[in-house]
Ligand binder design. Structure first.
Ligand SMILES: Cc1cc2nc3c(=O)[nH]c(=O)nc-3n(C[C@H](O)[C@H](O)[C@H](O)COP(=O)(O)O)c2cc1C
Length: 138
């Protein structure tokens, strides 16, 4: 039995945050749209750049459903730079770094995505399957 992945999760670093690296997890669906972006590490300034954290504002929510065609590639910038994405009050550098990194990862997947969405042989071996099916009836 073969399974086709419906989404892929990538870990990446946006290197040009205000205080350096911002580490992100990005989940992209097989149709190229983002399922979500999460910040897993950063050193941005409390009260300014740290509002990227999902517990501090809903800033990351604007990536849900976005893709390289929505908004169009030229709009993958913060509003202050003429793009689609909100910046944060008093903090444009941090959002700029994340928008750029997420756009780059989507472009990477567009060019190399077949590796991530290939059919895979069922990872459950036949002996494990028998055990799982046995569990159901016991
Ligand atoms: C002490 C200090 C800490 C700052 N921390 C951040 C930060 O974490 N993220 C950020 O985007 N901007 C931060 N800023 C503000 C930036 O210097 C910049 O003014 C702001 O991001 C707007 O950028 P822009 O003029 O390119 O739009 C900080 C400024 C100071 C003085």
């Amino acid at each position: 039995m073969q399974h086709r992945p419906v989404a892929t999760l990538l870990s990446l670093t946006a290197p040009d945050g205000y205080n350096g690296d911002i580490n992100l997890l990005v989940v992209v669906r097989d149709n190229g749209a983002l399922a979500g972006v999460e910040v897993i590490g950063h050193r941005e300034t409390p009260g300014l750049g740290d509002k990227i954290e999902s517990g501090r504002s809903d800033w990351l929510q604007q990536f849900v459903g976005a893709s390289l065609v929505n908004p169009p590639q030229t709009a993958w910038r913060v509003k202050r730079d003429g793009g689609y994405f909100d910046q944060l009050t008093g903090a444009t550098v941090t959002p700029r770094a994340i928008v750029k990194a997420v756009q780059q990862v989507l472009a990477y997947l567009r060019d190399h995505g077949s590796d991530h969405f290939e059919f895979e042989t069922d990872p459950i071996t036949s002996s494990e399957r028998i055990k799982l099916e046995g569990d159901k009836t016991s």
